[in-house]
Ligand binder design. Structure first.
Ligand SMILES: Cc1cc2nc3c(=O)[nH]c(=O)nc-3n(C[C@H](O)[C@H](O)[C@H](O)COP(=O)(O)O)c2cc1C
Length: 193
């Protein structure tokens, strides 16, 4: 079966190189609309979206995350830090930071769904994206509280996930699928078991 949604799902990749060209205001509006349309447990909408289009601020978050990661053993941090010129946002021109109250048990799931909603919306507009957990280190390190303030996380909200978006310059095949990750149970098979 084929349709626009299935095509966007099939063609989405995590892009790790971007053009400096900024996305348009129209695209940003559509992305924000998509993010706000995501489903959430009890329709609580636990998220706060901070959209950053400021490379200075993104570099500051990167440096804080890197400093925190470097305090750990090499095996406990991403090997990406060893690559020359690595930046956790891959120099994407727009990054959505999604924060939520820690007290909401479904918030990480809700924010994950919101992140994928953003990724698919970006894909449908000819943009690329990558969902990012690595910025979390920036908020657990020495500068964490100051960065939460700079990024205007509401009081009591913590970083959950980020999504970097822009015009990708890399080309990537679809990821290999782990086998054995689907079980289908029909009435017939259950009766035979
Ligand atoms: C919750 C989550 C966190 C992720 N964090 C990062 C990250 O910090 N940096 C990164 O380069 N990719 C990150 N990714 C992207 C994954 O590495 C990627 O989805 C996976 O390798 C499959 O590749 P694909 O997205 O191209 O299908 C993350 C993905 C998810 C769902």
């Amino acid at each position: 079966m084929e349709n626009e949604v299935l095509r966007a799902i099939a063609q989405r990749r995590s892009h790790r190189a971007y053009d400096a060209r900024q996305i348009s205001c129209k695209q940003l509006d559509a992305l924000m609309e998509a993010a706000l349309s995501a489903p959430s447990a009890n329709n609580f909408q636990p998220w706060h979206y901070t959209v950053v289009q400021d490379q200075g601020l993104l570099n500051r978050v990167h440096r804080a995350a890197e400093a925190a990661a470097m305090l750990r053993d090499r095996e406990d941090r991403s090997p990406r830090y060893d690559s020359e010129g690595f930046q956790i946002f891959y120099h994407a021109p727009t990054v959505f930071f999604i924060s939520a109250p820690e007290s909401r048990s479904y918030a990480p799931i809700d924010c994950g769904i919101a992140a994928q909603t953003l990724a698919l919306a970006a894909q449908s507009m000819g943009l690329g994206s990558v969902i990012l957990g690595m910025p979390r280190d920036a908020f657990t390190g020495r500068e964490g509280k100051a960065l939460e303030k700079l990024l205007r996380f509401p009081e009591g909200y913590s970083f959950v996930i980020a999504v970097a978006i822009g015009y990708p310059t890399d080309d990537k095949p679809a990821h290999e699928r782990k086998p054995g990750t689907i079980t289908i149970l029909t009435e017939k098979e259950n009766q035979e078991a």
